[in-house]
Write a protein that binds this ligand. Structure first.
Ligand code: NAD
Length: 316
């Protein structure tokens, strides 16, 4: 099989970095990875992790998903502009009561998480259609399926991604293109650290007392525990993503975190949409001690098994 060109966005940290390195170090050398990042001054951790694959199966390029020209320049610099696999990974989070967030902050999240993907596809999709070949892989989130308390705008940005992709997938089929949404639950990366720090620093004066108290004493208080109990590593998510890329018939949706699946299943179990909302409400406000004890129990089980997630048999 010919070596496939892969372009990945947001590779200076987290899932993008882990995926770029994993694909570049593929033993069968099936991929040439164009690992892109907004700010090349942050390339050192990727260079270090890439080791000997740097300059061979991995090249680092500048690409800001919020800047059309930078996307064009990057794609033009790739031989024949041939991108066989696009991984749209760059993204950012935002938590807190909407009263305390500015419209500009919200627009930046939408611009990065949703319009970032749209800009990439406007540049790359026409080439893929012409060649009738290509796999578009999007790092979405379980929050693209189900909203979560104090993640209103982030969830909206991922819902936008999912709706956009559901529509596009029908057209893509006509051009023999594949589209896959990777939906991780909590992942322990820079994202999680930055979102938490921003939440801790947030000026809550625009919110009423009850909302501010809910954010601080319920949401932020449980935040770390949720990531410690349910969180995957960036490498786990990268492993799932490679598995989907190598699958003969890649699925449209893939959730990476089996511990989280029962929550997203609630959405499909009730067409009225009340079941997941009621369940989250009761878990957060009525059964918080049971919820917290369950998280501890999961953490213990994971520690005992020393294995976070079963990925099944390796593919190909
Ligand atoms: P991360 O912060 O380590 O990585 C995000 C990357 O996107 C960073 O390298 C950042 O510099 C880059 N980025 C941000 N704006 C950009 C722009 N305009 N142009 C180019 N790059 C830009 O966090 P991560 O967890 O690895 O996040 C990767 C993806 O996974 C995101 O789309 C995120 O929404 C998604 N995700 C994360 C979690 C989680 O809990 N960490 C869960 C589900 C989904």
């Amino acid at each position: 099989m010919a070596r496939r060109n892969v372009l990945i966005t947001g590779c200076s940290s987290g899932i993008g970095l882990a995926l770029a390195v994993k694909m570049a170090k593929d033993e069968q050398k099936r991929f040439k990875v164009y690992a892109t990042m907004r700010n090349l001054a942050k390339k050192e951790p990727l260079e270090e992790a890439a080791g000997r694959s740097l300059g061979k199966t991995l090249e680092i390029k500048q690409l800001d998903v919020c800047d059309e020209q930078s996307i064009k320049t990057c794609v033009n610099s790739i031989p024949d502009r041939r991108i066989d696999i696009l991984v749209s990974n760059a993204g950012m989070g935002l938590i807190g009561p909407i009263e305390c967030q500015t419209i500009d902050e919200m627009k930046t999240v939408m611009d990065t998480n949703f319009f970032g993907l749209v800009r990439l596809l406007k540049e790359i999709l026409p080439d893929m259609k012409r060649r009738k070949n290509g796999h578009i892989v999007i790092i979405s989130s379980v929050m693209g399926i189900q909203g979560i308390l104090f993640n209103d705008v982030y969830a909206a940005s991922k819902f936008a991604v999912e709706g956009f992709c559901e529509s596009l997938a029908i057209q893509a089929l006509k051009f023999k293109l594949q589209l896959s949404l990777i939906e991780p639950g909590p992942v322990v990366t820079e994202f999680e650290r930055k979102v938490f720090e921003d939440g801790m620093k947030m000026d809550l004066s625009a919110a009423d007392e009850e909302t501010a108290e809910m954010f601080t004493n319920i949401y932020l208080k449980n935040y770390k525990q949720i990531f410690q109990s349910l969180g995957q590593s960036a490498e786990d998510v990268a492993e799932h993503t490679v598995k989907i890329i190598l699958a003969e018939n890649p699925p449209f949706r893939h959730q990476t975190n089996t511990l989280y699946t029962p929550m997203t299943t609630l959405k499909y179990a009730d067409p009225n949409g009340d079941l997941p909302i009621d369940t989250f409400y009761k878990m957060v406000f009525h059964h918080d001690k049971i919820f917290s004890a369950s998280l501890n129990f999961i953490k213990l089980l994971r520690w005992r098994s020393r294995k976070s997630f079963d990925l099944g048999k390796p593919s190909q």
